[in-house]
Design a protein around this ligand. Structure first.
Ligand code: F6R
Length: 242
């Protein structure tokens, strides 16, 4: 079931999102967070860092698993998702880095890496999975298409995703065209899901979360089958909701 909340702006969305994650951290004995990268959760991570610094929010028992990583980028590459997570969250809070997990986009055997990652996700058991959403409806890098993959897998990115993310690279050629991502089953194994979205570009895919349809053309619509999904968006992303 999806509960959609439209907040005033990005700042409000980030604060409400961080507060939800904070409650999981404070009320779960050994919290396992599923995390996302991208511009949508940046403000939320900044707020978690503030909560740690100013209000002693404690990450010492927290474990994390990220959704995805570009194939071919190592953790030192400034556009890798491992780098993003260190830079926006892990380097600024008291988390044990060994308890933070991002798929290895440099693995020699990516199929084995995908299997191992799924086993890790299953054995940890995610309490709350944070998601962003692509302009094409992707969650993680589960791209729209005729079918979706259940487990963690390697996927060719759609041109719409390349168009959205190439701005972070020197050129379109420099951007990896494949990624390793948790699949729908890996994502759905989380007990709770929180999705954050802002800006007009997300309005169409967010509106499709509120109707009765499920379609692989907008992978996020499958979230209607999950028992606990909270969508937090700003007014722009929520503007096509009835
Ligand atoms: C990132 C991820 C992606 C992003 C999505 C939205 O780990 O899995 O699904 O959440 O591409 O990205 P932004 O927030 O940059 O619009």
């Amino acid at each position: 079931m999806i509960n959609i909340k439209v907040l005033k702006d990005y700042e409000e969305m980030s604060k409400v999102g961080a507060q939800v994650i904070r409650e999981f951290i404070e009320t779960t004995e050994a919290p396992v967070l599923g995390l996302a990268t991208g511009s949508s959760p940046e403000g939320l991570y900044a707020e978690l860092v503030r909560m740690h610094k100013e209000e002693n929010l404690d990450f010492s028992n927290v474990q994390t698993v990220n959704l995805d990583e570009y194939v071919g980028l190592g953790g030192n590459h400034d556009q890798s998702y491992r780098y993003f997570m260190n830079h926006h969250l892990f380097d600024h809070v008291n988390i044990n880095k060994e308890h933070t997990h991002v798929p290895n986009g440099m693995a020699e055997d990516l199929e084995q890496e995908a299997k191992d990652y799924d086993n890790l996700v299953q054995s940890l058991g995610v309490d709350v999975q944070l998601l962003g959403i692509g302009t094409n409806g992707h969650i993680g890098f589960n791209e729209p298409g005729e079918y979706l993959s259940a487990p963690t897998h390697v996927i060719a990115l759609k041109q719409s995703t390349i168009d959205s993310n190439k701005k972070y690279f020197e050129s379109e050629e420099a951007m990896p065209k494949t990624a390793i991502t948790m699949g729908m089953q890996s994502i759905f194994s989380a007990k709770h899901i929180v999705l954050v979205a802002y800006g007009e570009k997300k309005a169409k895919v967010i509106a499709e979360l509120a109707d009765n349809r499920i379609t692989t053309d907008n992978p996020a619509t499958l979230l209607k089958l999950h028992p606990s999904v909270l969508v937090l968006c700003d007014q722009e992303a929520g503007k096509l909701l009835k």
